[in-house]
Design a protein around this ligand. Structure first.
Ligand SMILES: NC(=O)c1ccc[n+]([C@@H]2O[C@H](COP(=O)([O-])OP(=O)(O)OC[C@H]3O[C@@H](n4cnc5c(N)ncnc54)[C@H](OP(=O)(O)O)[C@@H]3O)[C@@H](O)[C@H]2O)c1
Length: 227
């Protein structure tokens, strides 16, 4: 069975980039938004980009976030951290217990008016653990926080970045690691339990600082000597 993937807040940079990559890999993709028209426009734009790159069979639809979640097997959360809790509460009716929820959100200080190179510490420990507290009956996975939207968007280039995947559910973690490796250039790394999302999310703040200092938009991370 081909998994259907939904990107909640997929009209934004990160969700849109991931949606493009997974649609290019052959997965049916739904871009979610608070507004159905905005979702439909983003889906149309994604289909246009995919066709330009020769992915004529790619399937991208748009829907309001809750409907997107309800048709998907794997639900990616790609909203700003300040919107995360309300967003999860808004879609939880569409999430079934056998769905996998992938949190991509990073609790950057910009969410409370601070710097993009610093994190705020959510009370649960990380953004991903916040989601796990909100959805206790669902497998929550943390992934894709260290991949830049700009790199995802360049469909004719490989993504030069490792994706660290953390979860307390080994089966869900494996599934998301396999999905990550569908993106050309990506290597999935088993990041251990969900609480390690605290570390992975903080790497994003470092990467943003590196992008700023080196005048880049797509600095990534690679781990060496991992078998
Ligand atoms: N950009 C990157 O390179 C990157 C890399 C790694 C991780 N991330 C993380 O991925 C997440 C998304 O990043 P992004 O750059 O794609 O963000 P973004 O473009 O600012 O926002 C993504 C989407 O979230 C929705 N949204 C915005 N405000 C909202 C609100 N108050 N309530 C509900 N939904 C709201 C919007 O969708 P609608 O208006 O359509 O509802 C928006 O298009 C963030 O947590 C970020 O830290 C980003």
């Amino acid at each position: 069975m081909t998994l259907t993937l939904a990107f909640i807040g997929g009209t934004g940079q990160q969700g849109f980039g991931l949606a493009l990559r997974f649609a290019a890999a052959g997965y049916p993709v739904v871009i979610g938004s608070r507004e159905s028209e905005k979702a439909a426009r983003a889906a149309e734009e994604a289909c246009g980009i995919l066709r330009e790159h020769g992915y004529d069979e790619a399937s991208v639809e748009g829907a309001v976030n809750e409907d997107a979640a309800s048709v998907a097997d794997v639900v990616f959360l790609t909203v700003p951290f300040f919107a995360l809790i309300d967003t999860v509460k808004g879609i939880e009716g569409g999430i079934e217990s056998d769905d996998v929820v992938v949190d991509v959100t990073v609790p950057l200080e910009t969410n409370v008016g601070g710097k993009p190179t610093r994190l705020i510490r959510p009370w649960a420990g990380s953004s991903a653990e916040t989601v796990a507290e909100l959805l206790p009956d669902v497998s929550v996975v943390s992934a894709f926080e260290n991949v830049s939207a700009a790199a995802l968007r360049k469909l004719d280039e490989e993504v030069d970045c490792d994706v660290v995947v953390c979860s307390d559910d080994d089966e869900a973690k494996r599934l998301v690691m396999d999905l990550a490796e569908e993106i050309p250039g990506v290597r999935a790394i088993d990041g251990g339990p969900l609480e390690n999302a605290r570390i992975v999310e903080s790497i994003t703040a470092l990467l943003i600082g590196l992008n700023m200092r080196y005048g880049k938009e797509d600095v990534g991370v690679r781990f060496t000597n991992v078998p």
